[in-house]
Design a protein around this ligand. Structure first.
Ligand SMILES: Cc1cc2nc3c(=O)[nH]c(=O)nc-3n(C[C@H](O)[C@H](O)[C@H](O)COP(=O)(O)O)c2cc1C
Length: 369
């Protein structure tokens, strides 16, 4: 039951704190997620500490502790305070009002005096009265399924999706500077959400930060598109070497039906539904990579953001190299025959056809007919 419970309860997202205490002038501290507010009047909180922990023992003996709520940049501190070793080495601390060391840079600190303890299982629950509380502001460090992460307010996440769509649909034109305030007005969201969205889009390479103009929609050039496709090819060749001759009849049938779906969006050398093609083409290519069962390969493939690169090069109604669709079926045929040299040949030729289609789209958008 224990491993199952650990795995299931890991789905509960929490913040992360470091509980500090002092006993006989020796500072103690440990990373804790099991902290929660208990009462407002009087202000109280509770913390669940393993009875085997040294910090727990210091809290029990001294009757005092501080909760240092960690910010999103403090994952390293959270790891340090869960590892063996001198956790305070080289770390500046401030003495709190209760004499307990406080970690500067924390999002907030709450100093507490233990009022009651309850023993339960491996842990001791400390019910404590708040002596002093202070918040510095910022974003919290989050903990979910054994990993640290960030908390993303829903409004920021929505703004990111909206601005991303505007860039991909070219409603914000490539090369165009994007003012935070005007865009916030246009979208009816706070400027901080637009700023957050643009910062993430810089990471996605859809927007760049220009020293003079500020945020600018990054134009897609042929070299970037070619590079991305060549990286895709390298991953696919590796994936093909791993799966050729090992795909089941069911997997081959699934791959063929994905090829059919992609083909349904192309007629007479043009995309009838570019978004549909990009989606189904991506699913087709992802299938081969996923079939390797190598997670890192699938992550690397996803990291290329092929659908974005395609969406930026191919406006609605773009021309499609006639080989694109045929290549998909030839690839499935070659996989069915477990003919690795043929698989390699088709993948390489397909990459050239995809690059040519992209280049034509990029040329047309620079000099519309
Ligand atoms: C993210 C995270 C959350 C943790 N939460 C708790 C907790 O709620 N209670 C607890 O007793 N230990 C928790 N731990 C484990 C302690 O930090 C760890 O056992 C620590 O080494 C105890 O240190 P000490 O024996 O020096 O006091 C957590 C560890 C991590 C990384």
């Amino acid at each position: 039951m224990t491993p199952v419970f650990r795995q299931v309860i890991g789905h509960f997202t929490s913040g992360v704190v470091v509980i500090t205490a002092v006993q006989d002038e020796v500072p103690y501290g440990m990373t804790v997620s099991a902290v929660c507010s208990l009462s407002l009047d009087p202000p109280m909180l509770l913390a669940c500490l393993n009875t085997a922990s040294r910090t727990q023992e210091a809290v029990r003996r001294s009757g005092l502790f501080a909760v240092n709520i960690l910010g999103e940049q403090q994952g390293e501190l959270a790891e340090r305070f869960a590892r063996p070793g001198d956790r305070f080495a080289g770390l500046r601390t401030d003495p709190g009002r209760t004499g307990v060391p406080l970690l500067p840079g924390a999002l907030a600190t709450v100093e507490c005096r233990v009022a009651e303890t309850v023993s339960a299982g491996t842990h001791r629950v400390f019910l404590a009265e708040v002596v002093h509380a202070e918040a510095a502001g910022g974003s919290p460090l989050a903990y979910f399924r054994g990993r640290f992460g960030k908390f993303e307010p829903a409004q920021d996440a929505q703004a990111y999706r909206t601005v991303r769509r505007l860039v991909l649909d070219r409603l914000l034109a490539p090369g165009e500077p994007v003012g935070v305030e005007p865009l916030a007005d246009r979208l009816g969201v706070p400027p901080s959400s637009v700023y957050y969205a643009l910062t993430r889009l810089v990471g996605d390479r859809l927007v760049r930060l220009d020293a003079r103009l500020g945020h600018v929609v990054a134009p897609l050039d042929a070299a970037t598109s070619d590079d991305t496709h060549d990286a895709k090819l390298a991953i696919e060749l590796g994936a093909a070497a791993l799966v050729a001759g090992r795909l089941s009849a069911e997997q081959l049938a699934s791959l063929r039906s994905l090829a059919v779906a992609a083909a349904s969006h192309v007629r007479d050398g043009r995309f009838t539904d570019v978004d549909g093609y990009i989606r189904d083409n991506h699913a087709f290519h992802r299938y081969l990579v996923d079939a390797t069962g190598v997670r890192a390969l699938a992550d690397a493939y996803e990291h290329l953001s092929l659908p974005d690169v395609m969406a930026r090069a191919l406006p609605p109604g773009s021309g499609a190299d006639p080989h694109l669709v045929r290549d998909h079926f030839e690839l499935v045929d070659a996989l069915e025959r477990a003919d690795l040299p043929a698989v390699r040949r088709v993948l390489t030729a397909h990459n050239e056809h995809a690059k040519a289609t992209q280049r034509a789209g990029i040329r047309a958008s620079v000099a519309p007919p």
